[in-house]
Design a protein around this ligand. Structure first.
Ligand code: CP
Ligand code: NVA
Length: 310
């Protein structure tokens, strides 16, 4: 941490930053992305190290953080449960004390949010949530940046969430409350969002729909996710039955706004939560979403380590 910089910040859930910090970060992302596209070298994190701890699988999160950190001049240490003492029951608090003495920033993908919070409470350096059972803030940050790139401000818009009341759904709700849009949520019975876990102050930022088609009506963005998140594999067969009607298809897209976008954080299962026609169709922006993970996270890492630039 730079001398004189204000209190260290962690990014453990979307609501850890304020609306005006998101305004800054989203503008900063556009600058950082443009530089990258123009092959302009920008290495403000030279000599800085990011530790990435993965207790669950990843493609996008790993590649986007690792490539992003190298592009900014820094380096990366990659740890998993299996190849570190984390898998041999070293307390998370001890791991945090040790790892954070050697690196400048930590990204963690794990199961319970409480584990991430325990790490952060004992860390000397900022900690970023790379996905927990409860939240996936870096993904929603990328999704909002992607929406803005394609359609302008998301304030006042409607996002349809079709599927599980999971980490992505909780995070969409937090983002809606901060950024002033509405989420139309449709989940199968038994898989609803837990209001307390989502952690939004009131229910003004979302509306519940029993019928997924009704949730999509007039939406500016339709989005979904896997029926079975990591850690819930034992429920897979039961979920396949419960979620059968929660497949985003052309009929759902047809009742949304004519220029509605389709998003999915990926990995996707064509024929389950979305048809191939939709995810591979003209309204889908899933590849931009994936790429934008890297750009928003570069802006986030710069912000957590160096504060505001310019
Ligand atoms: N969307 C996302 O977080 O992808 P990975 O699981 O591949 O990191
Ligand atoms: N909800 C999914 C997101 C994967 C990026 C999961 O937690 O597995």
């Amino acid at each position: 941490m730079k001398p004189g910089m204000s209190l260290m910040k962690h990014y453990l859930q979307f609501k850890d930053l304020r609306a005006e910090e998101y305004t800054y970060l989203l503008e900063r992302t556009a600058v950082i992305k443009k530089r990258f596209k123009n092959y302009e070298k920008y290495q403000p994190l030279a000599d800085r190290t990011l530790a990435m701890i993965f207790e669950k699988a990843s493609t996008r999160t790993r590649v986007s953080f690792e490539a992003g950190m190298y592009q900014m001049g820094g380096s990366v240490v990659h740890l998993t449960t299996g190849d570190s003492q984390l898998g041999r029951a070293e307390p998370i608090e001890d791991s945090a004390r040790v790892i954070s003495r050697m690196v400048d920033l930590v990204m963690i993908r794990t199961f319970e949010q409480s584990k991430l919070e325990a790490f952060a409470a004992h860390s000397r350096v900022p900690v970023i949530n790379g996905l927990t059972n409860e939240y996936h803030p870096c993904q929603i940050l990328a999704d909002i940046f992607t929406f803005i790139e394609h359609r302008g401000s998301i304030a006042g818009k409607t996002v349809a969430w079709v599927g599980d009341g999971n980490n992505m759904a909780n995070t969409w709700l937090q983002a809606a409350e901060i950024m002033g849009f509405t989420v139309h949520v449709s989940t199968p019975s038994g898989y609803e969002i837990d209001h307390a876990v989502a952690g939004v102050r009131d229910n003004g930022c979302y509306k519940l729909f029993a019928d997924p088609r009704e949730a999509c009506r007039n939406a500016d963005l339709v989005t979904t996710d896997v029926w079975t998140s990591m850690g819930y594999e034992a429920e897979n067969e039961k979920r396949k039955q419960a979620f059968a009607d929660w497949c985003v298809d052309a009929d759902m897209m047809a009742v949304a706004q004519p220029d509605a976008l389709f998003m999915h954080c990926l990995p996707a299962h064509r024929g389950e939560e979305v048809t191939a026609e939709v995810i591979d169709g003209p309204q889908s922006v899933v590849w931009d979403e994936a790429e934008n993970r890297m750009h928003v996270q570069k802006a986030l890492m710069e912000y957590l380590l160096l504060g505001r630039i310019g």
